[in-house]
Design a protein around this ligand. Structure first.
Ligand code: ADP
Ligand code: MG
Length: 700
């Protein structure tokens, strides 16, 4: 068998070069081995045989009875074949509209059949259209109760390679598999402890489970194996990195840190912020390079933590860099940080693609000579000419907006050793995903908001309520508050969206006429300098309403703004909505979020809106987001490898993930190089994974 598994798929009878080509293109199946590892996506349960009288409409059931009549009924446009099945309890009508002749020839009167399909009622009598029919074989009582259903594509179906054809082929291959074909890759002690079935057995049962228990055993085994290796690999590499890569030891907590803490900080840090700063300090002083993820909901106060880290870096004689995903956000960080550390004597500069010519050259020069302490900017800080004298710390804000590549580019900016790396993110991803995507990072969580914050009141309104919304805006402005009105802007349809925004702006002008009212506009098509001027005017309370696209989504901080109005809410994703809402509720005032939408909504849009209305909890929102969109569409997942899982499902199998993570960690704690005899299989299989010889090889 082993040999056969390694053969090209054309080895299988009935699969020629044409089919093989399409199987490769559409399903990525090249070899017999690939075919075997391409598991069914569902099963038809044939364990139950229902009496006809117990059938209810619209369910998929199996029954067994004798075919007592059949006839072809000619219709004007279409003929149909009908037959009657009888069991001890009653009669069932069977109907076919297609392939009538062929089926009619095959059906034998007075023979007993298993009949499987979806029931429906017509004029009070039960029927099944296009049922699957299988003649009852005399003397055979035990049938395989679960039939695998394989995913196929239109092209393959047209070539006659549908799920059934595949089932037939696999029926020939799968039962012959032995332990030699799929050597056990988990150590015996793990198998025993977790009561897992052998690998080859699991592969067999996942295709043709003898019963539901076997099916769940097979799933459990293969899912666990898949995540365990995924986690082992992440953690193993993390350990290796720790051993190989030294960090700059930041042993001092000195002048800058203390002076800022004692003299400049205008509020008390939350306990969560203190805890996180402590964790980071421990990392920085350990002599190892720090790679830490700082998770905290919008408004939890991550920026100040970042600033403290940069002060520690300075205290130890190192430079630091803070990178943000948008110009507005980077600029805002620059403004607020320069303001809060004014008088401390630190030298801070701002860099983005729009900083050019002499100014840019001067910044680059000062950076190189060590005359700048902190650089704040957009991804422009990653460019080659940006060189540091001694970069000790790199911070990435809103990490989910960047890829893994950018993180590694920052690594290379260090001199002898890579800088310590802190990546910050609000929580558009659930913890389980974070564990996988950012599995190679240490994680700190700020799980509390600064005191005095009130939950943002969120409501959903349709166009009918526009007058009330306008009235409410007037009230809030009278109270001295400011308002965001956000319009969707999606790249492909940007022209239409811009018009939409322009119209919305004009309408608002009508209700809020100058000079009494002043409006700002910010959208992605504006020049950065203009955007900045508008942002600043709003931030300084010179305008009361900010009409904007999602450019303000991440990070923008104007504490006096207390109302967020989102137009065409149905067009935004959940994490985006949560980020947008996070722009208000940053001061002590009660804040509001009004989700405007049309009356007609898709089910998903309805779920998104009701989730927003019912909770402010970023983690909960992230979970729902994951359920609606699936992991593939969530930022950060694409390069992570989790999309390659064959059986493991990140949404439904979170408990398996947690278990695997704990076990992987425990194994490596005891045996960091996986050298002990019991762990030999781990080591062997991991090294096989690395050379890409299995599908796991792609995970990096
Ligand atoms: P985020 O975590 O979303 O990046 P920010 O760092 O922008 O949040 O902080 C949001 C607001 O909360 C800022 O105005 C900041 O000054 C303020 N803030 C941060 N920490 C505290 C605290 N401990 N007490 C009071 N206000 C705080
Ligand atoms: Mg922030």
């Amino acid at each position: 068998m082993r040999k056969i598994l390694e053969k090209e798929i054309t080895y299988v009878k009935g699969i020629g070069p044409v089919k093989a080509d399409i199987m490769d293109q559409e399903l990525g199946i090249k070899t017999v081995h690939d075919l075997v590892l391409n598991f069914p996506f569902r099963y038809i349960d044939k364990s139950e045989v229902r009496l006809i009288k117990d059938m209810t409409p619209n369910e998929t059931v199996q029954t067994r009875g004798t075919l007592i009549s059949k006839s072809v009924i000619k219709g004007k446009r279409q003929s149909r074949l009908t037959a009657v099945l009888k069991d001890s309890s009653g009669f069932l009508e069977l109907i076919w509209f297609k392939g009538i002749k062929w089926i009619n020839d095959k059906l034998v009167l007075n023979r007993e059949y298993y009949v499987y399909g979806r029931t429906s009622t017509f004029k009070g009598s039960m029927s099944i259209a296009h049922p699957e029919m299988e003649a009852v074989k005399p003397g055979v009582h035990k049938r395989s109760s679960f039939e695998p259903v394989y995913s196929s594509t239109e092209k393959l179906n047209n070539l006659g390679f549908d799920s059934k054809a595949r089932r037939r082929i696999l029926k020939n291959i799968i039962p012959k598999l032995t332990a030699a074909d799929f050597p056990e890759n988990l150590p015996d002690y793990i198998l025993q402890k977790l009561k897992l079935i052998p690998k080859y057995q699991a592969v067999q049962w996942l295709h043709f489970p003898p019963d539901s228990n076997a099916l769940s055993e097979a799933k459990k085994r293969l899912k666990f194996e898949e995540v365990l290796y995924f986690q082992l690999r992440i953690l193993y590499n993390k350990e290796l990195r720790k051993l190989k890569i030294k960090g700059h030891p930041f042993l001092e907590i000195g002048k800058y840190f203390n002076k800022f803490y004692n003299e400049k900080l205008s509020f008390e840090l939350t306990d969560a912020q203190k805890k996180v700063i402590k964790e980071i300090r421990a990392d920085l002083g350990s002599g190892l390079q720090m790679n830490r993820l700082l998770q905290g909901d919008v408004g939890s106060g991550k920026t100040i933590v970042a600033l403290f880290c940069m002060l520690i870096s300075k205290d130890n004689g190192y430079q630091s860099v803070l990178m943000a995903p948008t110009e507005i956000l980077a600029q805002q960080h620059f403004n607020s940080i320069t303001e809060s550390i004014s008088g401390l004597g630190l030298r801070v500069a701002f860099l983005s693609g729009n900083v050019k010519g002499k100014v840019r050259n001067e910044i680059l020069r000062l950076l190189k000579s060590g005359d700048l302490d902190i650089l704040i900017g957009t991804h422009a800080v990653l460019e080659k000419p940006v060189q540091f004298e001694n970069l000790g710390l790199a911070i990435i804000d809103e990490q989910h907006r960047f890829g893994v590549m950018q993180r590694s580019k920052l690594w290379l900016k260090g001199k002898d050793n890579p800088p310590h790396v802190l990546v910050m993110t609000a929580t558009p991803i659930p913890r389980t995903l974070a564990m996988t995507i950012y599995g190679d990072l240490e994680v700190s969580v700020i799980d509390e908001l600064p005191p005095g914050r009130k939950d943002i009141k969120t409501v959903h309104r349709t166009e009918k309520y526009r007058p009330q919304v306008i009235e409410f805006m007037h009230q809030q402005i009278k109270l001295g508050r400011q308002i965001y009105v956000v319009f969707p802007l999606i790249e492909e349809s940007s022209k239409l969206d811009l018009e939409n925004l322009q119209q919305g702006y004009d309408k608002l002008l009508h209700f809020f006429p100058p000079p009494e009212y002043k409006l700002s506009v910010v959208h992605g098509k504006m020049k950065p300098a203009d955007k900045d001027i508008e942002m600043q005017r709003f931030a300084q309370s010179k305008t009361q309403i900010m009409v904007a696209t999602t450019v303000i989504e991440v990070g923008v901080n104007v504490p006096n703004a207390s109302v967020m109005i989102i137009e065409n809410t149905e067009r935004f994703g959940l994490s985006q909505l949560h980020q947008l809402r996070g722009r208000v509720g940053r001061g002590a005032e009660q804040s509001y979020c009004i989700l405007m939408s049309s009356y007609k909504l898709s089910e998903d849009a309805r779920t998104r809106i009701s989730t927003m209305v019912s909770t402010n909890d970023g983690f909960k929102i992230a979970e729902v987001d994951l359920e609606i969109r699936g992991p593939g569409d969530i930022e950060g997942t694409q390069q992570s490898g989790i999309m390659d899982f064959k059986v493991f499902n990140i949404i439904f199998d979170q408990d398996i993930l947690n278990k695997a993570r704990t076990i992987a960690q425990r194994i490596l704690d005891k045996d960091p190089y996986l050298e002990s005899a019991p762990n030999l299989r781990f080591k062997q299989y991991l090294s096989k994974m690395k050379d890409g010889s299995t599908h796991w090889g792609r995970i990096g």
